[in-house]
Design a protein around this ligand. Structure first.
Ligand SMILES: [Fe+2]
Length: 275
């Protein structure tokens, strides 16, 4: 029997920032309509406040999901930082620039904490099982990808129905960020060669945010201590990630990781569960 542990859940998948970022309120404000004639500064302040609420809301939801199997909740902080490091490195890469330009890099970073929100739907007996998972239990764990994506889509649909068709740019931006969050939740366990789950997507069919999250998630699982394993040294984790270049991970994402290794190591230490 192919036995797997909850660690494999992370190792089968695919970003936080030491300095959390939000969308640039000033830039966004310049393109907002001003039907009421309110001063631009007031609109910018309201937009900035809304983005803070959005960011805090996302993090709060993520912490609720995370606290069940990670008491410190720092997994979402570290992985958000890792994704930001990868995205910044890839921003000028021709294969990634279109997906990361403008506000999209910040949206991906802000969306990452929701990647495992679907774990709320995984029973404690499976999620917290200290020993190996059997095939049936691993199938249950795999459902967290679809559950998380479906929950975010349902929330988007309910709010869209309430708001009607007329969306401000601010609202449209928030929905775009949540759509990215749904994509990451659904696809962060897909693999570059098509052997991942839930859909067996491969290559560029996997959303960029999910490809970044896949590597960040695995690196964090490797370098973090669990009740059933010690933390793996960064150098050893580097080798495992490199072994997955072109099979588990997008080759260019692995290259960006290798070129950011010192920054990854600093995040791992700064936000260690032991801190
Ligand atoms: Fe996951």
């Amino acid at each position: 029997m192919d036995q797997k542990t909850v660690t494999d859940l992370h190792l089968s998948s695919a970003d936080s920032s030491p300095t959390p970022t939000i969308l640039n309120a000033d830039d966004a404000c310049q393109s907002l309509a001003q039907p009421s004639g309110r001063p631009a500064r007031d609109t910018a302040q309201r937009l900035s406040d809304s983005l803070v609420v959005q960011d805090v809301g996302i993090r709060a939801l993520a912490c609720l999901a995370e606290v069940r199997d990670n008491a410190t909740g720092l997994h979402v902080v570290r992985t958000r930082a890792y994704v930001q490091l990868l995205a910044q490195k890839l921003l000028v890469h021709p294969r990634f620039s279109a997906a990361l330009e403008g506000d999209r890099l910040d949206m991906i970073v802000m969306a990452t904490p929701l990647h495992d929100i679907g774990k709320i739907g995984v029973p404690d007996a499976v999620l917290l099982k200290p020993g190996p998972l059997n095939d049936h239990e691993f199938d249950i764990v795999k459902r967290h990808a679809g559950l998380g994506s479906a929950a975010i889509h349902k929330a988007i649909g309910q709010v869209r129905a309430f708001m009607g068709q007329a969306l401000t740019q601010q609202a449209a931006s928030a929905f775009a960020c949540l759509q990215i969050a749904a994509d990451i939740a659904l696809c962060h366990h897909e693999k570059w060669d098509g052997s991942g789950y839930p859909s067996g997507l491969s290559g560029d069919a996997i959303p960029v945010g999910a490809r970044l999250m896949a590597l960040a998630d695995v690196f964090d699982a490797l370098t973090s201590r669990r009740i059933y394993k010690p933390a793996m040294p960064v150098e050893q984790s580097l080798q495992i990630i490199q072994d997955g270049r072109g099979s588990h991970f997008d080759p260019d994402v692995v290259d960006a990781f290798v070129n950011s290794l010192d920054d990854f190591a600093q995040v791992a230490v700064r936000f260690s569960d032991r801190a």
